[in-house]
Every structure is written in structure tokens, then in C-alpha cells.
Ligand binder design. Structure first.
Ligand code: DP6
Length: 362
């Protein structure tokens, strides 16, 4: 198990760029962080344009923690587009890559004179496809890098959405909502920043990597099956999520962690209940995930308030939202239950002051 202490910072970031209209070879490198949804996106109304059945909301993590780094090079001498993910060649002809590439090229203001193919190299510094939002940081980074390379102006979150729905939220820092929109062409299905990273600097996230293996059911397949078969989907999309979006946005504006944490845990629970009521059922959580959930509920109950809140995406790994004042105590709780040396690796990056407090609690 790994513990990361994360905080909010900037969104996608340009690292290097050598890009002008006349150059034979243009290159851009960017990094993009993952985002962790507190109101989950699950289900599409349009599979090709990736238009969701419900709005969603997330926090974008720190660049230096869970991130994707992508370099794209365009050259007249390349004979085809090509893409490598973590050193392995990917099929660049997949619908999603093609949708992204075509849209970028249709909005290009650079590299338009001749046919430039592009070679893309992307690396995650964390487990890929293990329910840690790797497709979010991956496509956010890919789209940003291509937008820089081809000189695409204006909002590009809708292009990131074409790669992976949750990726549109990684185009902004802080708290970000993805408005589901209602138009058939998806032009109003965009990411909007609810509050910048500076709004709630006190907010932290701890990620507990329970299992870093690739998940059996991808989010894409899982949500399609849920939309078709889970009886819970209708009410979730019609009432539950719209109400929660309003309440959690208000909680963020008011720094109300009680409400924020309560809704975050409820939405995670409901999302996994939707999965369990899918035919055939999908189970992303394991015994360790449930142990963590139970631990957090017991801890909050003893404290008499919501001191920390879990959320689980399509995998067993836990993301814990918590205010700074709870960090030392909650970390010491996890270290006690999952001690170092017993399969636990601690990647927590905190201040010396927090570490001193963790030791006090041990
Ligand atoms: C459980 O964005 O990976 O993480 O749009 O099919 O690529 P596609 O799915 P993806 O789904 C993420 C689902 C989730 C919840 C969330 O991040 O909102």
C-alpha cells in the first residue's frame, strides 16, 4: 500500500516547446495530473462523442504526484502517426485517438501547410488502468500537448472529453465540474472550474494503493453495462446527482468539509452499489477497500464529525479527502492498521511538522 499526500496546484503544464510554422520538426512536452471525482461520472448518452448521463465533480491533484508526461513530435519525415504509452506501442487508429487527432487538426493554426504526422510518447508515474484515473491525466496531457503543437486556441476540454470523459476535468486545477450538457453535438458538455486551487489550500488527499494491477472491467465497459442494466441508474441521474452537485458546490464555496465529506462518501457508495446492481454485477472493491471504509466510518464516529472522507473509483484503491488538521492523525491511523514492513510502502510527502505529529500519535 502506498500513501501519497497530495494537494492542489496548477493543471496541465507546458514543460518544453520547440514549435514554429517553418520548422521541419516541432516538439512539445507537457505534464498533467489526475483528478479524483467526488461525484462520479458513470454512464454515457453518446458513446462516440463521450457525452455523460450525469454531471460530475472532482479535485485535480498536484502536478508532482500522480501525473502523465507526454512529448509529441511532428515531422514531415514521419510516414504515419504513432503513439507509445509507458514504452509500449498503442493502436493510434482507435476511435478515440482518431477523434482527438482529427478534431485537433481541424482547429489547427500551425503545421497546416504540409501533412505532418505526429509521434507521441506518454509515461505515467503511477499504475496505469488500476482505477487511479490514468485515462484522465493521459488524455488531458495528450490533448494539451497536441493543442500546443498545432496551435489550437480556445477551450480544449471538449477535445479531452473525446479521449476519455473524465479527462476534461484534468484540464483545470482546483475543483472542477463537468457539466453534462443537453445538446446532441456535445458543445455544452464541458469542464468548468468551480474553485481554483487557492480557494481551499487546507484540503489534502491521501491515496492508498491497495492493488496496482490493471482492473478486470474497464470503466468504459462497466458504465455501458450499468447504463443498460442497473435499476439504480435512472434515479441517480434524474435526482440524486443533480441534487448532490448543487449541495457539494455550495459546500466547496463555504469550506464546509462536513457536507463535502458526507456527500463524497455517499456518492462513492452509490456508485459501487450501481456497479453491484449491474447485470452481471461488477465488483471493484476488495476486502482491504471495505476495511478502509469501515475504519474511516468508525474514526469519524468516534471524533463526532467527518474528519476524513473516502472515495473509490473503478478499482480497490482508496482516495481520502481530508483537511490539513486531520492529516497527522489519519496518517497515523493508516500506518497503525497497515504498518510499514508489512507490505506497506509509505510515499507520504508532508512537512516535518506533520511527521512529528504522526509520531506523537503512534
Ligand atoms: C469511476 O473517464 O475512464 O473514474 O469516458 O469511458 O473513458 P471513459 O471513462 P472514464 O471513467 C471514469 C469513471 C470514474 C468516475 C469519474 O472519474 O468521474
Amino acid at each position: 500500500m502506498h500513501l501519497f499526500k497530495l494537494c492542489f496546484s496548477d493543471f496541465v503544464k507546458l514543460v518544453t516547446s520547440n514549435n514554429n510554422n517553418n520548422s521541419m520538426l516541432a516538439s512539445v512536452t507537457c505534464t498533467a495530473p489526475v483528478n479524483i471525482a467526488t461525484i462520479k461520472y458513470w454512464g454515457k448518452r453518446d458513446e462516440n462523442l463521450i457525452l455523460p448521463l450525469n454531471s460530475s465533480l472532482s479535485g485535480t491533484l498536484h502536478q508532482d504526484d500522480l501525473k502523465t508526461t507526454t512529448t509529441a513530435v511532428a515531422s514531415e519525415s514521419f510516414e504515419e502517426d504513432a503513439l507509445w504509452l509507458n514504452g509500449k506501442k498503442e493502436d493510434v487508429n482507435s476511435v478515440r485517438y482518431q477523434n482527438v487527432l482529427k478534431t485537433i487538426r481541424s482547429r489547427a493554426t500551425k503545421l497546416m501547410d504540409k501533412k505532418h504526422f505526429v509521434h507521441i510518447c506518454s509515461i505515467n508515474n503511477f499504475p496505469t488502468a488500476a482505477g487511479l484515473a490514468s485515462s484522465a491525466s493521459g488524455y488531458a496531457c495528450l490533448v494539451y500537448v497536441l493543442a500546443q503543437l498545432y496551435g489550437v486556441e480556445g477551450d480544449v476540454s471538449s477535445i479531452a472529453r473525446l479521449g476519455s470523459g473524465s479527462a476534461c476535468r484534468s484540464m483545470f486545477g482546483g475543483f472542477v465540474k463537468w457539466e453534462m450538457g443537453t445538446k446532441a453535438d456535445g458543445s455544452d458538455s464541458i469542464a468548468v472550474q468551480v474553485a481554483p486551487e487557492s480557494h481551499w489550500p487546507d484540503m489534502n488527499i491521501i491515496v492508498l494503493v491497495v492493488n496496482d494491477k490493471k482492473k478486470e472491467t474497464s470503466s468504459t465497459d462497466g458504465m455501458q453495462r450499468s447504463a443498460q442494466t442497473s435499476a439504480m441508474m435512472k434515479e441517480r441521474c434524474a435526482t440524486t446527482v443533480p441534487e448532490r452537485m448543487v449541495t457539494i458546490e455550495r459546500a466547496i464555496q463555504e469550506h464546509d468539509f462536513q457536507t463535502f465529506g458526507d456527500i463524497t462518501m455517499k456518492d462513492s457508495d452509490d456508485f459501487h452499489e450501481v456497479c453491484a446492481t449491474t447485470d452481471p454485477p461488477i465488483y471493484y472493491l476488495n476486502d482491504t477497500s471495505r476495511y478502509i471504509m469501515n475504519l474511516i466510518h468508525r474514526y469519524n464516529k468516534l471524533a463526532g464529525s467527518v474528519r476524513c472522507a473516502y472515495t473509490f473509483d473503478a478499482g480497490p484503491n482508496a482516495c481520502i479527502y481530508l483537511p490539513q488538521e486531520s492529516v497527522a492523525e489519519v496518517l497515523s491511523l493508516f500506518l497503525k492498521h497497515f504498518p510499514a514492513g508489512e507490505g506497506v510502502q509509505n510515499y507520504y510527502r508532508g512537512t516535518d511538522e506533520v511527521f512529528a505529529k504522526v509520531n506523537d500519535y503512534q
